[in-house]
Ligand binder design. Sequence first.
Ligand code: NSS
Length: 439
Amino acid sequence: MSERGVGEGYVGAGEVLEGRLPEGNPARLRGWIHRKFVVGGKIFVRLRDSTGVLQCVIDRSRVGDEVYGAFEEAKRESSIVVEGTVHREPRAPGGWELRVTRGHVVWPSEDFPIRGKEGVEFLLDNRHLWLRSTRMRDILKIKHTVLGALREYYLERGWWEVTPPILTGSAVEGGATLFKVDYFGEPAYLSQSAQLYLEVLIYSLERVWAITPSFRAEKSRTRRHLSEYTHFEVEAAWMNMEDMMRVVEETVEHVVSRVLEDRRRELENLGRDTSALERVKRPFPRLTYTEAVERLRSKGVAMEWGEDFGADEEAALTRDFDRPFFVTLFPKQIKAFYMKEYEQDPRLVKGFDLLAPEGYGEIVGGSEREDSYEKLLARIREEGLDPKDYYWYLDLRRYGSVPHSGYGLGVERLVMWIAGLDHIRDATPFPRFRERLRP
Ligand code: NSS
């Protein structure tokens, strides 16, 4: 799918680069000066807009002294309008250029602080400026397509989108990562997951999804943890763990194929090996937690049954697979209170994680939910939680409880893997983690 232009009367740089205008055709563009240099008395301006970067040649004999002088003075990142004719030019990036006949500087730029060799912290301090880079633009577009494809899958199948709250009175995923806020003098928390609210809503709509920010006060900085991330969550009545895993599989396959279809150029710009994504086809391999522990031990990774996987264990597992894979049936003690006990072994719960290959690790966590009032109450007590805080959640098991399952997907984790990023911070425009709140 090609990109639309950037306004009436203007064409996008990307449209010219795709060859959608014939040789010699007049064109008007607007954007920012991405790069600028002078060779042989001509000014070469690389104009950047949301669709691409096009070389524009400003020749004094064509534009006159005034326009030439204005562009001679203009610094990188000045906003500009140019008019001219498009020409094939093998020496220009992308094979096309604009020979300018008219043009002006809309707003001049001061010296742009980002020059190209800056370190990570400097670029984070200047995130508001760095987001103009072609790299960040490509990632933003991939994320847009990922979000659209997620919605598309559920819309087409008749699920309902809902809007759960962000300010909440009770924890979902354990107290250690809760952000506390003052709610008119009462303690409240930023949502870690919309799950409990989605469980409420299935009694009305049966199959729901929501896209909300989730918050985790992660104490350590890692390559794949944010303190605020985009959570895509799904919940459905009448589905067991198997049914929900099939939904996850289809969702991930759909998203990856949509990105390959619509964002191939961006993936290539980022240097992503797209053949790894072409392999993302159902069915995804599955192993139980117990099998995963045995597999790790056979590789010499020391791990006790009953421990959770750390980043190293996860990375070691992902090297065995060339597509995403499930780990299922975890020991009760390492999973949240809401997961349903496994009928064939009460030490286990019917939870599943989906891990991305190539060392990326967990992108989805889901489960069948405990639907027995007594068992759920016992688990809430065992975890040292106050049943009063969960009265409404427990009520769901008193008034026509129903078998049900759901999952949560970290959108930035998914984007990180699909785009082949080495750090999660670039999967979101304004990353939040410890010691990073601005811009
Ligand atoms: O903690 S999860 O594994 N599961 C839940 O929150 C469930 N209550 C979801 C549900 O069933 N509705 O988080 C789900 C996913 C996880 O697999 C990651 O992909 C992502 O959320 N996640 C994160 N992404 C970025 N940063 C952080 N800190 C993070 N924590 C979880």
